[in-house]
Ligand binder design. Structure first.
Ligand SMILES: Cc1ncc(COP(=O)(O)O)c(C=O)c1O
Length: 266
């Protein structure tokens, strides 16, 4: 087998050493304009990229990053991400990820009860979790329309478009929460999407509206992990949703791209 696929202990240790160095902050990286005909080899490539990639990255653990929803990541996730990169497991198929799939299911069993759910799976981000949820709503509850606050994440509108569903935007109040009184009376053909933690302001829509439509999806990409904290009651009502998405790469402090979609299996 090509040596590049076997792992190079010296190279990997050097990569860790480069990560730990203080790199001067830079705001660009000099990449060749044209695709090079020949690669530099892994060692030289690491050296070449380090100054720009490591020096040019936003420091999400710095106090100046506090308002961003993307968090810093604990070192254990750097190590497990390295394992994942080396093993490239595909959770879709038992032959390509025999044990990783079991781990996925067990993690779901741990987390699902906090959301009143019975099952679910991992996705590469809440954009896809939201799409999956609305696809399930279309297939299982035969919805024709998606109703959400104008403050809902763009992925909701996009998912509606991809799935051939109408999107109806409802007003939000000055705090960014859906105005409950604006809800249409007839939601028998609609999926109602409530956001727990809007992208712009972190607002939580009135979750007591869950259950008022043929399908309720809660986009808890940001605030979902509150359910595992002493602030769990901020999301009271989420357990009445039919589906919930949570981005693990936000308040679960995992690296991108990790998220969960949970479904109330009926
Ligand atoms: C409320 C909300 N929903 C969904 C998403 C999309 O999540 P992801 O980045 O995991 O695809 C975001 C991302 O910022 C978000 O803020």
């Amino acid at each position: 087998m090509d040596r590049d696929f076997l792992g190079d202990r010296k190279g990997l240790l050097h990569a860790i050493e480069l990560l730990g160095r203080d790199h001067e902050a830079v705001d660009s990286i000099a990449l060749p304009i044209m695709l090079p005909e020949k690669g530099f080899g892994p060692h030289a490539t690491l050296e070449y990229l380090a100054a720009g990639i490591l020096g040019g990255a936003a420091r999400l653990g710095a106090a100046t990053s506090f308002a961003h929803m993307d968090p810093p990541t604990p070192w254990i996730t750097w190590a497990t991400t390295l394992w994942n990169a080396a093993l490239n497991q595909n959770l879709l198929h038992p032959a390509t990820a025999p044990v990783a799939r079991m781990v996925e299911q067990r993690v779901m069993e741990w987390l699902a009860p906090a959301f009143g759910m019975t099952g679910g799976h991992m996705t590469p981000g809440s954009t896809l979790a939201n799409l999956t949820a609305l696809w399930a709503a279309r297939e299982c509850a035969h919805i024709e329309e998606v109703v959400a606050s104008e403050e809902a994440h763009l992925s909701i509108r996009k998912a509606a478009h991809i799935l051939g569903l109408r999107f109806r935007g409802l007003p939000a109040d000055r705090h960014g929460k859906l105005v409950g009184e604006s809800l249409p009376h007839d939601l028998t053909r609609a999926a109602l999407v409530l956001t727990a933690g809007t992208t712009g302001a972190g607002a939580i829509d009135p979750l007591d509206l869950a259950g008022r439509a043929a399908w309720t999806h809660v986009d808890a990409a940001w605030a979902g992990p509150l359910r595992l904290s002493s602030y769990a009651d901020r999301l009271t009502g989420i357990d009445r949703a039919d589906s919930v998405s949570v981005s693990a790469h936000k308040w679960l402090f995992q690296p991108k791209e990790s998220a969960l979609i949970r479904m109330a299996l009926t």
